[in-house]
Design a protein around this ligand. Structure first.
Ligand SMILES: NC(=O)c1ccc[n+]([C@@H]2O[C@H](COP(=O)([O-])OP(=O)(O)OC[C@H]3O[C@@H](n4cnc5c(N)ncnc54)[C@H](OP(=O)(O)O)[C@@H]3O)[C@@H](O)[C@H]2O)c1
Length: 334
């Protein structure tokens, strides 16, 4: 089969022929139709995780058709169009992942290939209202957003929500989910056009995080403090977030793109009884709940651009440059 391979630290991804994997006991093989990039794939390309064994077939997100199953798996799965849950071996505790937890796409070969083998419990019927490119855009980003906003953030109708970094894959999922939950959603971004595009998804408005005291401007524009914040950036901006929190606010953070939190005054947090939730992607049950919600509400992920697998290197470069609005998708059969 063809796969998009990362051959070593810093190397551009390229398509090569590799053996087609066979499903073992308890596993299903998916003939991948479309896959999507996450920042994780670029971090792998740059060797930013410990113990990477090259070459790597990256890719956590994928949609396709089950074409073979291993021993002990219901043969009725064959022929089903599925999305793949990239959370492997979460474990039994819904609060946090167990010691065997990994993410599909390193160390286990990922979805940037014509076939991928995963545990049979990690395939879920794809929402029928989504085409392959949009269904491929769901898994990692939407699961992360779901856990941050819904499970940990406990968003409720009418609440005021801030989602930071409007151009990000997780952020856009959080915006769409928060709007669907009946929240009043605000964003920040480095780019005014991304704020406008977030508004077209139902956000009330936003501010530029590149402008110093953006928290103050945001609170004034929004007309009050925030009940829920979903943040993937951290860094200096976290100090601004702390200042816009309302009483009993929940902050769910899932990334640290902008680095360390600056000095934060504890008084700004404890008096307001603020909850700060550290989040990763989520459990298999949360993945299924997210996909069910997307199906029931007819939600659609943002796709920035679809590249053929052979142009995977361009997709990686676009993600690294942060030019995208929404997910970068690879059409695996092209
Ligand atoms: N914990 C987990 O399980 C998990 C899961 C997914 C992602 N992550 C992490 O979350 C981060 C984002 O991932 P992603 O896949 O959504 O990446 P992405 O699609 O590349 O989005 C990154 C976005 O971050 C925003 N950003 C950059 N600097 C910022 C700042 N100083 N303040 C606010 N926003 C800023 C930018 O928004 P604008 O373009 O609007 O300026 C950019 O579009 C990464 O660090 C990733 O590793 C963690």
């Amino acid at each position: 089969m063809r796969a998009l391979l990362l051959s070593g630290k810093g190397a551009a991804p390229r398509v090569d022929a590799v053996p087609t994997p066979a499903p073992g006991a308890g596993e299903a093989r998916v003939a991948v139709r479309a896959a999507a990039l996450n920042h994780r794939d670029v971090f792998i390309q740059h060797g930013q995780y410990p113990g990477i064994e090259w070459p790597v077939i990256p890719g956590s997100d994928g949609v396709g058709v089950v074409d073979a199953v291993g021993e002990g798996v219901d043969a009725g799965l064959v022929g089903q169009r599925v999305v793949i849950d990239p959370s492997l071996d979460w474990g039994d505790d819904p609060r946090y992942q167990g010691p065997d937890y990994t993410i599909l796409g390193m160390p286990r070969p990922g979805t940037f290939a014509e076939h991928v083998v995963v545990p049979a419990g990690n395939v879920v019927p794809a929402p029928t209202h989504l085409d392959d490119a949009h269904a491929a855009a769901l898994p990692l980003a939407w699961l992360t957003a779901w856990r941050a906003l819904v499970v940990r953030g406990r968003v409720a109708k009418g609440e005021r929500v801030l989602v930071t970094g409007a151009g990000g894959g997780v952020a856009l999922a959080a915006v769409t989910l928060a709007v669907a939950h009946g929240a009043e959603v605000w964003v920040n971004s480095s780019d005014p056009t991304k704020i406008e595009r977030a508004k077209s998804l139902g956000a009330a408005g936003g501010v530029l995080y590149t402008e110093g005291d953006w928290g103050k401007t945001l609170q004034k524009t929004a007309g009050g403090a925030f009940d829920v914040v979903v943040d993937g950036a951290g860094g200096e901006g976290f100090g601004q977030i702390v200042r816009v929190l309302g009483m009993g606010a929940r902050v769910a953070f899932y990334g640290g793109t902008a680095g360390r939190w600056p000095g934060i005054l504890p008084q700004h947090l404890f008096f307001k009884q603020v909850e700060i939730h550290a989040c990763t992607m989520g459990s298999n049950a949360e993945f299924r709940a997210m996909v069910d919600y997307v199906g029931a509400h007819g939600l659609k992920p943002q796709v920035d651009r679809v590249f053929p697998l052979t142009e995977g290197a361009e997709a990686f470069a676009r993600m690294e440059a942060g030019e995208q609005f929404g997910k970068l998708v690879l059409s695996v059969r092209d």
